[in-house]
Design a binder for this molecule. Structure first.
Ligand code: ADE
Length: 435
């Protein structure tokens, strides 16, 4: 088999190798799974098409899949998130990588088409672009992505795909929409819905890495700033918690009344986007929705306001409105675009509104990706083991797998937990015992 790939520079591989080694040292659960998979080879001969952020942590995952016997085709899941040194090292490891930082929209879709062209048994997605493109090609739908892909693969069907996995909230929402239309073609495991994923990755991972991205891009002091967090799901909760920890005054904007109430009782100032726009210094979006910061808000912002997005897609901040309103634009630091408004005020957009944690920093730390990607690896093996048994639909990984990952993580941290006595177990099972 010849190795198909497209990366920036294979000469970066030695540097990438060091990064991967660092990640492996901090991902003990996944490494334990790799050890077992190398012996049991649950993915022998399985072709996997993956669309993931190409980072050192993803490298640990795909090397684990390969050790389990899989042949892996990997495309970037964002044009700005690829770590080029890691991509180069993975090619050396025999992974078909199609990813480089700064790829155009056309390159991005072409890369996804290249992994689809491998006729995968499994798909592994982060955000839903791979799954969506497979379905669009299957149903003969139109779109920019489809046009680009057709040039690479022609018209393909999803026959032969045993199942898929999805990493993130946005991707799961898209999958559910596809399933609701009755058009989802194969079973997909929503890895995002494992507790060992969203409680840690979405909250602590995005919480830390998004602030890391804002700080690396701007080097501004967070203490004393008013940080507006738009969206109070697990990601927003994490960002608000960490911004507060760094000394910011945190303002939360949320449309869901229960979440808004939760933010209020967590001690944050809760208001609508219009008021937040007037008082914020730094804005971080984490809603998964479109145009949550628009021209009508930008018009109200202070001179020097910084806009960043932590959601999966670059749709949360209306860059189009900013482009329309601005009379001048320049890059003032890597990843920091200054937009000058007609009255002289300046608004700074980070990383074109793409996810700031991966575009300006390195994404989530290895320790949390350890659990997220252990879920991915176990989900892949689960799907292969149940080949032909699962109807098309969106599934969670079974609870015992979630618990197994939590136990392995605790073990790696040398944390002991309590065991219930037989009496306590019986008490919890019984409705007879009260006071
Ligand atoms: N998503 C968020 N952080 C990530 C990382 N470090 N690697 C892969 N995907 C990620």
């Amino acid at each position: 088999m010849s190795l198909a790939y497209k990366v920036k520079d294979l000469g970066l591989a030695p540097q990438g190798r060091l990064q991967i080694e660092w990640a492996e040292m901090h991902m003990p659960v996944l490494m334990k799974i790799r050890e077992r998979f190398s012996r049991t080879r649950p993915l022998e001969g399985v072709r996997i098409a993956a669309c993931l952020h190409v980072t050192k942590e993803t490298a640990v995952l795909v090397r684990t899949l390969k050790a389990a016997g899989a042949e892996v085709y990997l495309a970037a899941s964002n044009p700005l998130s690829t770590q080029d040194d890691v991509a180069a090292a993975l090619v050396e490891d025999g992974i078909h990588v199609f990813a480089w930082r700064g790829m155009s929209a056309r390159d991005y879709y072409e890369a996804i088409a290249r992994v689809i062209a491998a006729k995968p048994d499994l798909t592994m997605d982060d955000g839903g672009d791979l799954t969506a493109l497979i379905h669009k090609l299957h149903y003969g739908e139109a779109g920019e992505d489809v046009e680009v892909a057709k040039g690479v693969v022609g018209r393909v069907s999803a026959e032969g795909v045993v199942g898929g996995t999805e990493e993130t909230t946005t991707g799961v929402i898209r999958l559910r929409a596809l399933a609701k239309e009755g058009r989802l073609l194969y079973p997909v495991i929503a890895v995002n819905e494992s507790r060992t994923k969203y409680l840690f990755d979405n909250r602590y991972g995005t919480g830390q890495s998004s602030l890391d991205g804002v700080i690396r891009a701007t080097n501004l002091l967070i203490a004393g700033k008013t940080v507006v967090v738009v969206g109070y799901g697990w990601v927003g909760r994490g960002i608000a918690m960490r911004a507060h920890g760094l000394g910011a005054r945190v303002v939360v904007v949320e449309a869901d009344p229960v979440r808004a109430l939760e933010a209020y009782y967590d001690g944050f100032y809760v208001t609508d986007m219009e008021e937040a726009a007037r008082i914020g210094d730094i804005f971080i979006t984490a809603t998964g929705n479109i145009n949550v910061i628009r021209g009508e808000h930008m018009r109200l912002m202070k001179d020097g306001a910084v806009l960043a997005n932590a959601g999966h897609f670059n749709v949360e901040i209306s860059v189009r409105d900013l482009e329309r309103m601005a009379v001048a634009k320049r890059t003032v630091r890597p990843g920091v675009e200054e937009y000058r408004l007609p009255d002289g005020r300046r608004v700074f957009l980070l990383c074109e509104g793409r996810l700031v944690n991966l575009a300006a920093a390195e994404g989530h730390p290895s320790e949390v990706m350890d659990m997220s990607f252990s879920n991915q690896a176990l989900a892949a093996a689960y799907l292969v083991k149940r080949k032909g048994q699962l109807a098309p639909g969106v599934y969670k990984l079974p609870k015992p797998i979630d618990y197994r990952i939590a136990r392995l993580k605790l073990e790696s941290l040398n944390v002991k937990i309590e065991r219930l006595t037989e009496e306590q177990k019986a008490y919890l099972r019984s409705w007879r015992l009260g006071t």
